[in-house]
Design a protein around this ligand. Sequence first.
Ligand code: UDP
Length: 328
Amino acid sequence: MAQHVLVTGGAGYIGSHACKALKAAGYVPVTFDSLVTGWEQAVKFGPFERGELADRARLDEVFAKWQPVAVMHFAALSQVGEAMKEPGKYWRGNVGASLVLIEAAVAAGCLDFVFSSTCATYGDHDGVMLDEDTPQTPLNSYGASKRAIEDMLKDFGAAHGLRSVIFRYFNVAGADPEAEVGEFHQPETHLIPLMLDAIEGKRAALTVFGTDYPTPDGTCIRDYVHVMDLVDAHVLGLKWLEAGKGSRVFCLGTGRGFSVREVIDHSRAVTNREVPIVLGDRRAGDAVKLVSGSERAIAELGWQPARSTLAQMIGDAWKWQQSGHYDR
Ligand code: UDP
């Protein structure tokens, strides 16, 4: 019988792509999502259970019904700007809710746990190449909340035998090349979809957040990873846990950084259209440069981020963006 995997946030951007990858790998992804930021139309690859993570009784019901072999935990609040203004929302919505989920998983005997963490747990490190051993000194409550959940997983590992694979993502971009699912946040805050909206005239212009950073062209540098490569790593992480290899942290980046201006230049080349831009102030909470080596994921998981070129990420996002959107 096919094995079920509980995917929190399975109706969101990364979670929906993970469901597609899980199904392709022979699992049944069971989406658990509140639909506060997710989209029911994105649940295409397995059953859907609507619920709030903070609702322990609902979680217990879902664990009992599907008997999942593992949890992939994507559901989270993830906007740096909002986190700067409303830290309580992040501590409650990310840390508090994840505690309920982790306790429910342990109680159900579901002890393999794949967690979606972030390079925002690192903070600023003067542009050095980040890796799994770099100290985590987050600049905002979003990063702090994710670091706290990482700590929680370690404690539950020591006390209750929970086995976790923690992925620290760099900048996730692109979409399913078949455009069955894609990126659609409301409100949208991410560079590439906002830029494509500006190209299409759906918004007047893209604002470049800061042009006086200590980088060659003055704009922030990020390491962009294709969402399909990212979710492939999650399936490999699940197999790692199934093989009994134990808890491990992996960075998922490409080792190459691109500035905001470089991303804009690539978009011009991919879409053959001009990008209307406005030069703006720095955005609070932004690190200058976040780039990661991914040697560990490549060597230990056999991860191959083959699709993570800017041209492919922007091309797939562009195709998705033109194929329509979810709707409530
Ligand atoms: N950015 C920008 N204008 C926007 C949105 C983002 O200049 O409208 C910049 C942002 O300051 C950062 C990079 O693009 O340097 C990537 O931001 P995004 O929000 O996509 O991801 P983050 O790095 O915050 O996870």
